[in-house]
Design a protein around this ligand. Structure first.
Ligand code: F6R
Length: 365
């Protein structure tokens, strides 16, 4: 049932404040402001490293997770798309753990990667939406994302719930490893707890502007997305979302890679969507934006209030989100990215919930 929404995808985008709150309540003790002890699961204090593997959007969630596990838990992370991971013959120590991220829990390559790691003797964790799935069944520890059924082929709420779970796990791992203090944990958990409310505000606030902008975007053949730090995987997720439902060619790049190739593509016909919260990367990303502007490129800047105030560049549009802490920025910045893809596709008249050539669950290699 789509309720008041035109598509399941729209419904699922707007469900995010609610499902994220639900997911967080599974991992967070709100009274004590701490991450719940995840009993009988992976011992993050003892493992030397973590391997992560997944496909598509779930892989991009894992890539954000890598930044968090490395930053908060000082845990080295090896990550790859499952179709490469399973064949690479990665030397993984048997004392390590591996996380497999999958909405459906049935993706063939992700399952094959899981079985490969199991054979090597690694502890296996599954970040899944469908708890009664093969990937969940074959894992030592199941970390449900509790997003509820996702019908739209383009993943939205599953992505942000995967992020919420990975952030909780990384902070919990940091506590276990002594790299996050009890005080830091409290602060981070408070930021996570505020997230559902902020998501609700953002969804309402940005919608009209994004709908207007999507008309412009629907006229383009190619779109480039740029970001640094955790905004880099988000740039790739934005590009994936746009291409799969609107069929506009889009690419996500690390902002620092711009001058190593893609800058050759920049002209007035290719909008560049820059994801730039006012974090420690902001100045660097702005200087990449200047390189785009100097070549006549049209910039769509997705930033926060501080970032908007600090930018002097002329843009095609600026989408301003509230200032939030770095730990929740990826989830908050996902929202305008999803809405932009959604409204562009609606405007173009594609089959948003069932895009051509795509299946919700990919059980063949
Ligand atoms: C993109 C999308 C796909 C899936 C991928 C993995 O919107 O939905 O890229 O993320 O096929 O699927 P799961 O998570 O079921 O393993």
């Amino acid at each position: 049932d789509k309720g008041n929404h035109r598509h399941f995808m729209e419904k699922e985008i707007y469900e995010q404040p609610e499902v994220i709150a639900h997911a967080l309540s599974h991992y967070i003790d709100f009274a004590g402001n701490r991450i719940k002890a995840l009993s009988g699961t992976i011992d993050f204090a003892k493992i030397p490293s973590l391997a992560i593997s997944a496909c598509g959007t779930a892989y991009l969630a894992g890539l954000v997770g890598k930044y968090w596990f490395e930053r908060y838990a000082r845990l080295p992370v090896e990550i790859d798309v499952a179709s490469e991971f399973r064949y690479r013959e990665i030397p993984l120590p048997s004392e390590a753990a591996a996380l497999f991220i999958s909405q459906s829990g049935e993706t063939a390559d992700t399952l094959a990667s899981l079985r490969y790691c199991k054979e090597l003797g690694l502890k296996i964790g599954a970040v899944v939406n469908t708890r009664e799935s093969t990937i969940a069944r074959e894992s030592d520890a199941v970390f449900p994302i509790l997003a509820g059924p996702e019908i739209g082929v383009a993943s939205t709420k599953a992505f942000t719930c995967q992020l919420a779970v990975l952030a909780s796990l990384a902070i919990g791992a940091g506590r276990a490893r002594g790299t996050v203090s009890a005080e830091e944990e409290q602060v981070l958990v408070r930021y996570l707890a505020e997230m559902p409310r902020i998501m609700g505000q953002v969804l309402n606030a940005v919608q009209p502007k994004i709908e207007l902008l999507s008309r412009e975007l629907s006229k383009c053949r190619d779109v480039l997305y740029l970001g640094r730090g955790t905004s880099f995987p988000l740039a790739m997720e934005g590009a994936l979302k746009l291409k799969e439902i609107s069929y506009i060619h889009a690419e996500g790049y690390a902002a620092g890679e711009l001058k190593h190739g893609p800058i050759a593509l920049i002209d007035e016909n290719m909008p560049v969507i820059v994801i730039a919260p006012h974090d420690r990367f902001y100045e660097k990303t702005v200087s990449n934006m200047q390189e785009v502007a100097a070549r006549g490129g049209r910039i769509i800047l997705i930033t926060d209030e501080k970032g908007a105030a600090a930018s002097k560049l002329e843009t095609m549009a600026t989408i301003v989100l509230p200032d939030v802490d770095e730990v929740i920025a990826p989830m908050i910045f996902s929202l305008p990215i999803q809405l932009l893809a959604y409204h562009t596709a609606v405007f173009m008249g594609t089959d948003v919930d069932q895009p051509r050539n795509l299946a919700k669950s990919v059980t063949v290699e």
